[in-house]
Design a protein around this ligand. Structure first.
Ligand SMILES: Nc1nc2c(ncn2[C@@H]2O[C@H](COP(=O)(O)OP(=O)(O)OP(=O)(O)O)[C@@H](O)[C@H]2O)c(=O)[nH]1
Ligand SMILES: [Mg+2]
Length: 294
């Protein structure tokens, strides 16, 4: 897996560790490398504190051992049993996607739809971004490309009603998954946040329970603001997991390390390109490994 995050981290680590001396200078350099990738200061401190402890306790002297310990510290902070996508006992499983403008919601839905369909599932997409006609068309194009069905309304229609209709259709026809696309919204815009809350309420009415996954889509380029966004969406909607997109291109993706540690929200998927196949179910060890190699 190629990630853009921590671009150059591998070279920096090689240089740092190549000196063959595990000293304060090394920890300063590591701090600098992690901070410049936008890993929140609190997370950097906690990683380095544990790493120091390990170096001391296990008497690590070898560059390779320090590298492995660092990787383990990062992976430990990201591991979460809830990273796996939930599947409802009573169909349909409803996944609601939301986030700020341009985060990658619609593309992620196409990717998740394709992944589910490859597993033999049937999928309905709900085009609940009714603000722009182009948004509905974009989802329609993805639906036909990946072979999913779609429920749509007229532009300007009620987004909650679209989700309601999609759930009703899925129930009637025994379709396993409903993936709902919503309009991009800034987490600071109260009216748009209450619209999202309404979509959540209507989902609950149609389904008889809350949406099975409330997925916040975050652009990996967002840096520290990702945590602010996550806090606000979690407050208004509840968030069961995040999808971090565009990790193929960003040197600032370290902020994602803060979301799990600060808010306890697991990462479910990462996006590593624009194609439907460019999605990975999140695996903490694989991710940490890829970071170290980037
Ligand atoms: N490189 C890269 N580009 C991505 C990824 N995910 C999405 N994009 C691109 O990001 C842009 C925005 O993606 P959309 O899926 O339209 O984002 P959105 O959140 O639905 O946007 P709005 O509906 O306008 O709020 C598009 O050009 C996508 O191709 C990714 O993982 N990697
Ligand atoms: Mg969209």
């Amino acid at each position: 897996m190629r990630l853009g995050i921590f671009r150059g981290l591998k070279d920096r680590l090689d240089r740092m560790l190549g000196r063959g001396i595990v000293d304060e200078q090394l920890f300063d350099d590591l701090e600098d490398a992690l901070t410049s990738a936008d890993v929140p200061v609190r997370v950097v401190d906690s990683i380095l504190e544990s790493l120091r402890e390990r170096v001391r306790a296990d008497r690590l002297r070898d560059a390779e051992d320090v590298r492995r310990a660092l990787k383990e510290e990062i992976a430990e902070r990201l591991r979460d049993a809830r990273s796996q996508l939930r599947r409802a006992e009573t169909a349909p499983t409803v996944l609601l996607f939301f986030g700020v403008n341009g985060a990658g919601k619609t593309t992620t839905i196409a990717k998740v739809a394709q992944m589910l369909m490859e597993r033999g599932e049937r999928v309905i997409l709900a085009a609940a971004d009714t603000f722009r006609a182009a948004a509905i068309d974009q989802l329609e194009i993805w639906a036909s490309r990946v072979g999913a069905e779609i429920v749509r309304a007229q532009p300007g229609g009620d987004p909650a009603a679209v989700v309601f209709d999609a759930i009703t259709a899925a129930k009637a026809r025994g379709i396993g998954y409903v993936l709902a696309d919503t309009a991009g919204r800034q987490h600071t815009k109260t009216s748009l946040m209450s619209e999202l809350e309404k979509i959540g309420r209507v989902t609950e009415k149609a389904l008889g329970r809350k949406a099975d996954e409330l997925l916040l889509v975050l652009d990996g380029n967002t840096g520290q603001n990702a945590i602010r966004q996550a806090e606000e969406f979690a407050r208004v909607m509840g968030v069961t997991g995040v999808v971090v997109t565009k990790l193929d291109g960003t040197p600032r993706g370290g902020a994602v390390l803060g979301i799990k540690q600060s808010l306890g929200i697991p990462i479910k998927f990462i996006g590593i390109g624009e194609k439907p196949s460019d999605l990975k179910p999140f695996d903490a060890d694989e991710f940490a490994e890829a970071l170290m190699e980037s």
